[in-house]
Design a protein around this ligand. Structure first.
Ligand SMILES: Nc1ncnc2c1ncn2[C@@H]1O[C@H](COP(=O)(O)OP(=O)(O)OP(=O)(O)O)[C@@H](O)[C@H]1O
Ligand SMILES: [Mg+2]
Length: 351
């Protein structure tokens, strides 16, 4: 069960990649908080920044700006050496491609021993722990199998055992079921859930599967490198239907049902993203009006935009204000605008 303490904190995270002269903003001020023992799904379109976020959380990439704290450690302040230890011991990874998780010429057991050996562990303890982990992922009969002799689902379960070898508190999985069929995916998700519940592991799973919410406690959606929404499981009172036979049998008497609800995320500066579907449906472009009503905040497309100042008029106004000692008159007449028109525009609100 998740505690209330934030275990992972990302504040205004930015990651800029520079290739040749082109800069790509993979993360654009992302805020995220994950409690200890929570299991979170991360979804988003291709290129939205999911893998970049995993790499930052796993200490594989340093962010360009912002703050990332995992279990009290500020990853930006760790030296290269400390970051290597963090990657080896504090965090475990599972990738989509089996080939990235496992070394092909080593047996399943030896694959699990490797991270322990690299972290400096030796002796019979290593072998004992590797066997325990194989048992934990229900592969007690596959110790000697090399990856090629394992099914895709079995490979991913060994990969999870490898990720757990050094007893990390945080497990990061980037599309771990991307190459699996739905039945095998369910088995892998069941294993994640069991590890989360029994070991208290904090787990972040990137997925393209829109149904991932069924497997995790909370789903966060990234859009353009920023958190856009969260889907959470909520309980609501079920309306009793007297004519329903199942009432008599007790089926609906409890009066509660669970449902998934997508909530829009507000960042620390109060910004939110309006989903594209709503923007298109309501013909919202780049300005809106906001109104406080008795039911909450109403956001609607800005009305009568043609009456408001265009950007160029605003710029002209600014120039006029800056040079109010006479130069403004010259500018106005040059553009053929009457000062009164500019004054009128100045009085109207802009958002
Ligand atoms: N090492 C890199 N160098 C340059 N650009 C990069 C690098 N890694 C990622 N990017 C760019 O950053 C953006 C986010 O990439 P990222 O891999 O995080 O997306 P993603 O959400 O994981 O996508 P997908 O669902 O396809 O895996 C993309 O535009 C990508 O091209
Ligand atoms: Mg990715």
């Amino acid at each position: 069960m998740a505690s209330e303490d934030p275990f992972v904190i990302c504040n205004e995270l930015y990651k800029i990649f520079k290739v040749a002269d082109i800069e790509v903003m993979a993360l654009q001020g992302l805020d995220l908080s994950v409690r200890e023992g929570e299991m979170v799904g991360v979804v988003g379109a291709s290129g939205s920044g999911k893998t970049t976020l995993m790499n930052v959380l796993g200490g594989l990439t340093r962010p360009s700006a912002g703050q990332v704290i995992v279990d009290g450690q500020n990853l930006l302040k760790l030296s290269n050496r400390e970051l290597t230890t963090y990657r080896q011991v504090d965090v475990g990874f599972v990738w989509q491609q089996g080939s990235r998780n496992l070394i092909p010429y080593l047996s399943a057991l030896d694959n699990i021993k490797l991270p322990m050996t690299l972290a400096g562990q030796t002796g019979t303890q290593v072998d004992k722990r590797a066997r325990e982990l194989m048992d934990l992922v229900d592969l007690a009969d596959r110790y000697g199998h090399k990856p090629i002799a394992l099914s895709g689902g079995e490979q991913q379960r060994v990969a999870i055992a490898v990720a757990l070898a050094n007893e990390p508190k945080l497990l990061l999985a980037d599309e771990p079921t991307g190459e699996l069929d739905s039945v095998t995916s369910d088995q892998v998700y069941n294993l994640f859930r069991r590890l989360n519940r029994d070991l208290g592991l904090t787990i972040c799973i990137v997925s393209h599967d829109p149904l991932v919410a069924q497997h995790v406690g909370r789903v966060v959606a990234i859009r353009d490198g920023k958190l856009a929404s969260e889907t959470v499981l909520r309980r609501r009172k079920r309306k009793a239907r007297p004519q329903d036979d199942s009432l008599a049998s007790g089926g609906l008497q409890e009066g509660w049902e669970e449902h998934f609800e997508e909530l829009i995320v507000l960042d620390s500066a109060g910004r939110l993203q309006i989903p594209k579907a709503y923007r298109e449906q309501l013909a919202i472009e780049n300005r809106v009006e906001m109104e406080v009503t008795d039911r909450g905040l109403l956001i609607r497309p800005a009305q009568n935009l043609e009456e408001t100042s265009s950007q160029s008029e605003i710029q002209i106004e600014q120039e006029i204000r800056a040079g109010d000692n006479g130069a403004g008159g010259g500018l106005l007449s040059r553009l053929g605008l009457r000062k009164s028109a500019a004054d009128g525009a100045r009085g109207r609100g802009r958002k």
